[in-house]
Design a protein around this ligand. Sequence first.
Ligand code: UDP
Length: 244
Amino acid sequence: MKGDNRLKTTDMLYEGKAKIIYATEDPGLLVMKYKDEATALDGAKKGTIANKGLVNNRVSCLLFKLLEQHGVATHLVKQLDDRSVLVKRMQMIPLEVVVRNVMAGSLAKKLGQEEGQVMAMPVLELYYKNDELHDPMINGYHARALGWATQEQLAVMEQKAGQINQILQPFFDSIGIILVDFKLEFGLAEGEILLGDEISPDSCRLWDKESMAKLDKDRFRRDLGQEAEAYQEVCQRVENALGN
Ligand code: UDP
């Protein structure tokens, strides 16, 4: 039964760095279970952030619900418990779509720019999801030429990424957070492109508007400490604004 809490998980399909995916009795539905383990620098740095799984699941579920309310189709069916969410099974498109509002991270390094520079317009980037190759940056021609996505699919993902930014940027602003950049993943279910994976402090750069403190995975990547507190702070603000 769709969306039923009693739906049983069957096989573990995949274990990634941050999540485990289980099949369910319904072939169209999967369970995603979030872990507390954190990795960075292509897996070279490993650790645990207390309650990271719980925070990422909660934040992501609330943000996906917000996006659904604004007409963005996602894989979300419903949150099952602290660390698990029921989602639609999709055929994943092997790309990471990054949207940037403020200069930071790999782009600042690549272009020799100061972090924190507000850009004249949002920047969209594509990366090929491949751990062995360290997720290389690509463009739409590569994606089309290698059969990772069609021109139409790329256009839909670009449109959706822009729409998501226009929803999330003002939302985060309303809770005192600058949405610096974020990463999206999309998949196909019954021919439709849905937003998948997660939107959380693991996949976004989130800076406190007043103190400019980093409230995201950069605390772990850059050994800034207080990772768990930063994740909790984001969760609390998102929950206060969107939770019931
Ligand atoms: N990002 C992600 N997964 C990745 C790579 C990047 O979620 O495999 C997110 C990252 O958290 C940031 C944005 O995408 O919010 C842009 O990341 P960037 O390219 O600057 O890479 P980084 O400096 O994190 O290596």
